[in-house]
Every structure is written in structure tokens, then in C-alpha cells.
Design a protein around this ligand. Structure first.
Ligand code: XIL
Length: 484
């Protein structure tokens, strides 16, 4: 019979308990900060991670070993995400390139990064038709079951106790809901799924065991097949804990049946997760596509939060620069929340807002701290850097203001002039008005104080009509700043 209760304490409880605390953005940030384990390197208040954890869910990302050398990427990963999936480092071709010859070095490096940042880890993936070594693709059918079991025992055994979950079987279905013709199905029929789950359970009893697929996010033939399989496995007592919905979306095409679909799986007593979220578009991005992408991300986050049993979301890759999309879908890209320079995009701010953060909400304008009372000007001095990252019609710009004076600044108003043709469409870490011309960015509740020698960063998105240069003529609380 289907088991109708969850096997572990349900995240809903902590979500609800914390919901009261989250009545204000400030309280949510404080609550999140106090939940974090001591020594968690890099995670920041108001981040996707802290906001998600305050709601009882995780927010993850995926990285590969080559990414570990990219300081901008790893900084964002460590600061913003609380779950980590290796993009390729636990796949069969990497782990067991020759029969019985195992190499866990690449996977271990991803695990070490996750552990250093107190992140949870998702194992990905044990049994999958793709990224198999040639020897496995060519193995006689009579040897496939033994090879599969051996691979699972060795791999799940190696990582035993370290992973939140395993994608035990990845992408078992064709689009029409029939089983994919792969070495496992050819050798064992559909029973390979139960066999793999049971083998994984024996190798790492503590890991949540998942089936994972794409194009199963909405109600359709493929998700029907996954539902029927999951229901059948549960009724037979096969150890299946969750279903992962990859969620490789196209802007504007998040299925409207996402919530109803997730809920039919949780009704089986399963947990569900968004496991590989991205939202691609035809390149180049423009403000309209980025705005739609922001709405898409917000709706996926909101849906997971609304579904009892949705335990978290993972974005596939960290930023557009390391995303797999351009290499797989020619002409498409820009699918993540971070641009090519690892600056947050509108989708990031929309996700933060959906998680109950408000500090970076560009629309409506965030509530600034009570209009700051500028300090008397003596003792005030400042230096500013302003760095735009532009594409053909838009830009994001990061501004860092350093207090080079002798006294603390308590509440700041930084005025500056935008180049002609630039119109601000959103901002983070400051409230910025008006949208064009001479504008003023004001501190928010959490970043109003700048100690002598200290600095504060904020940023904005803008459209432009050709001049994508930086803002200029900065003044802090009425005192002109120098360029840093
Ligand atoms: C992708 C990786 O990101 C790429 O680097 C690799 O070349 C191909 O695989 N569904 C999955 C992931 O389950 O394993 C895939 O990852 C993306 C689609």
C-alpha cells in the first residue's frame, strides 16, 4: 500500500514555525542567520540560502571541478547556495571509466567544497543512459545487472553518509512515457529501476533515493509515466524517497500545471525537488526576456514553497558564463540568475522576493530606512567605483562606496548622474530614485552604517540606448566623492 506519511520530519513544520518570524524582511534575515551552523563560510544574510532555509527548504546550485578555480563563481556559490550537486563528477564515465576501475577524485573535490561551505550535497547520478563509458554501452546484456549493482555499491558506498540524496535513476523515460531504450532497460526491462533503488539503499541507507527526469514538470504523458512508476514502486515497498524535476525551462514556458503535478507526487508520500533549474532564452538577452525570466523563477520558487513536501530547489550551474545551455542549445543561453560577470540578474531579485526577502526588490521600490539624516559634512570623505556590465540594450552596474573620512557614516544617500539614455529598472542593496538623470541611492535597514575605511556595495539594472558608460559625479551625503 502507498505510504501516506513522510519518512522524516516534514519541512512544513519548520516553514510554518518560522513563518511568523518572517513577518518582516528584517526578522526573516535575522531568523535565517541564527539558523546557520557556526563556521559556515561565506553564506550571507538575505541570500537565497538563508532565505530558503528560513522557509524550511534548500536552495542549491551545481558546479564542476573546473569551476573550483573560478573565484567569482565560487564566491557566489558559497555565499548564496546551501545545496550542491556535481555537474559531471559523479557520473559513470567519470567514476568508473574502466570496468571495476573507480576514480572518486573529481567527485571528492566537489564534496570537499560543499563540506567547506556547510552545504548539503546531492549525488548525481548512478544509473543514466548518458555519459556512460563505452565499455558499459557495449557490455553483453547478461553482464549488465552485475555491472550496475557493482557500480552502485562502490559509488554510493564511497559517499555513504555524506550525501543528502542520490539521483539513483536519471531520465528513464521517452517523451511519450515509454521506457528509454538503454543498456539497463534492454538487459533487465523496467525492473532495473527497483533493482537500482534496492541496491542503493543497501549501499547508503541514509541517503534519500530519487528518480529524476526532465519535461515531467507539468501534467503530460511523460510525467504520467513517472507518476505510475513511482506509485507502483511505493506500493511494492521499493525504497523510493523522492522525485526530482529537472526544470530546464524556456522563458515564458513554465507549465501552469507545475503545482498540481508536484502535489500528485507528494500525495504518494514522496518528497519532490526542483533539481536542475534554468530558464533559457534566445541570445542576446534583453530587458523583456530578463523580466519574463524573473517572473518564471519567482513562480517556480513560489510553487515549491506552496507545495507541502517540496524540499528545495537547485539551479543547474551558477551563472550564465558556466551554464551548460549555450553548449547544448545553440543560440540559446542566459538561463541562470547570474550574468556572465556573476552579477545578479532580475531573476535573482525575483527569487529573493519570492523567498520573502525584500531588501533587493526593485519593484515596487524597497522601503528605505527613514530618510537618512546626513552627517555634518566635516569628516566625511568618500571614494567610489562604478562598474557597468553591458549588453546591447541593457546593463547592470555595481557601485562600491568607501568611507575614506574619519567618522562613521550612519545612513547614506549617494547621488550620481546617469549617462543620457540610461533608465534604471531595478536595484539591489539600495533604494534608487528617480530612474534617470541625477539619481540618489539610499541605504536600506541593514547597510546604512559605513565605518571609517569601510565600504558598501549596491547595484542596479538599467536599459540604455547606446551609451553604456558608468555613472559619474558621485556625492555621499552631499560631499563629492573621488574615484577609487
Ligand atoms: C549536463 C552537464 O551540465 C554538462 O556539463 C554535460 O556536458 C552534460 O550533462 N540533465 C542532467 C544533467 O541530468 O546531468 C545534465 O548535465 C543536464 C541535463
Amino acid at each position: 500500500m502507498p505510504v501516506r506519511t513522510f519518512r522524516t520530519p516534514h519541512p512544513r513544520r519548520s516553514r510554518r514555525a518560522l513563518g511568523a518570524l518572517a513577518a518582516s524582511a528584517t526578522a526573516a534575515v535575522v531568523a535565517a542567520a541564527t539558523l546557520l551552523p557556526a563556521g559556515q563560510a561565506g553564506a550571507v544574510a538575505g541570500s537565497l540560502r538563508t532565505l530558503a532555509e528560513a522557509k524550511g527548504v534548500y536552495f542549491g546550485t551545481a558546479i564542476g571541478q573546473g569551476d573550483l578555480n573560478n573565484a567569482a563563481l565560487t564566491t557566489v556559490a558559497g555565499a548564496q547556495f546551501g545545496m550542491l550537486t556535481p555537474t559531471n563528477e559523479m557520473k559513470w564515465e567519470t567514476v568508473e571509466p574502466s570496468p571495476g576501475g573507480f576514480d572518486f577524485g573529481p567527485g571528492d573535490r566537489i564534496v570537499a567544497f560543499g563540506q567547506a561551505h556547510a552545504m548539503k550535497l546531492r549525488g548525481h547520478t548512478l544509473v543514466w543512459h548518458s555519459q556512460l563509458p563505452a565499455w558499459m554501452n557495449n557490455l553483453p546484456g547478461s553482464q549488465v545487472q552485475a555491472a550496475m549493482r557493482n557500480h552502485i555499491i562502490a559509488t554510493a558506498g564511497h559517499y555513504k553518509g555524506k550525501l543528502y540524496s542520490w539521483d539513483v535513476v536519471n531520465e528513464p523515460f521517452n517523451e511519450n512515457g515509454t521506457f528509454r531504450d538503454d543498456p539497463f532497460h534492454r538487459a533487465m526491462g523496467s525492473g532495473y529501476v527497483a533493482d537500482a533503488l534496492r541496491t542503493a539503499k543497501a549501499a547508503d541507507p541514509g541517503a534519500k533515493l530519487y528518480l529524476n527526469d526532465y519535461n515531467i514538470e507539468g501534467l503530460n504523458a511523460k510525467s504520467d509515466a513517472m507518476y505510475d512508476l513511482a506509485k507502483s514502486l511505493r506500493s511494492q515497498g521499493v525504497p523510493l524517497d523522492g522525485v526530482g524535476f529537472q526544470a530546464h525551462f524556456v522563458v515564458g514556458q513554465v507549465p501552469s500545471s507545475l503545482k498540481a503535478n508536484l502535489e500528485r507526487f507528494t500525495a504518494l508520500g514522496l518528497e519532490v525537488a526542483i533539481t536542475e533549474l534554468d530558464d533559457r532564452m534566445q541570445l542576446p538577452p534583453d530587458s523583456g526576456k530578463l523580466a519574463q525570466q524573473a517572473r518564471d523563477y519567482a513562480s517556480v520558487v513560489t510553487t515549491c514553497l506552496a507545495v507541502r513536501g517540496c524540499v528545495g530547489l537547485t539551479q543547474w550551474d551558477v551563472g550564465d558564463a558556466d551554464s551548460w545551455i549555450p553548449g547544448t542549445f545553440p543560440g540559446e543561453g542566459a538561463g541562470t540568475m547570474y550574468d556572465n560577470a556573476y552579477q545578479p540578474k532580475p531573476a535573482y531579485h525575483a527569487s529573493v522576493d519570492a523567498l520573502g526577502g525584500s531588501a533587493s526588490n526593485p519593484s515596487p521600490s524597497p522601503t528605505p530606512t527613514p530618510t537618512p539624516t546626513p552627517n555634518p559634512t566635516d569628516g566625511v570623505a568618500c571614494a567610489v567605483t562604478a562598474e557597468p556590465n553591458a549588453w546591447n540594450t541593457g546593463l547592470t552596474e555595481n557601485v562600491t562606496v568607501t568611507n575614506s573620512g574619519s567618522r562613521a557614516v550612519n545612513g547614506w544617500a549617494l547621488s550620481f548622474t546617469l549617462p543620457a539614455g540610461q533608465t534604471i529598472t531595478g536595484a539591489w542593496n539600495a533604494a534608487v530614485v528617480p530612474a534617470a538623470g541625477r539619481v540618489t541611492a539610499r541605504s536600506l535597514g541593514y547597510n546604512g552604517t559605513i565605518a571609517p575605511g569601510g565600504s558598501v556595495s549596491f547595484g542596479f539594472q538599467a536599459s540604455h540606448t547606446g551609451n553604456a558608460g558608468p555613472a559619474g559625479q558621485f556625492s555621499l551625503n552631499g560631499v563629492a566623492c573621488s574615484a577609487a
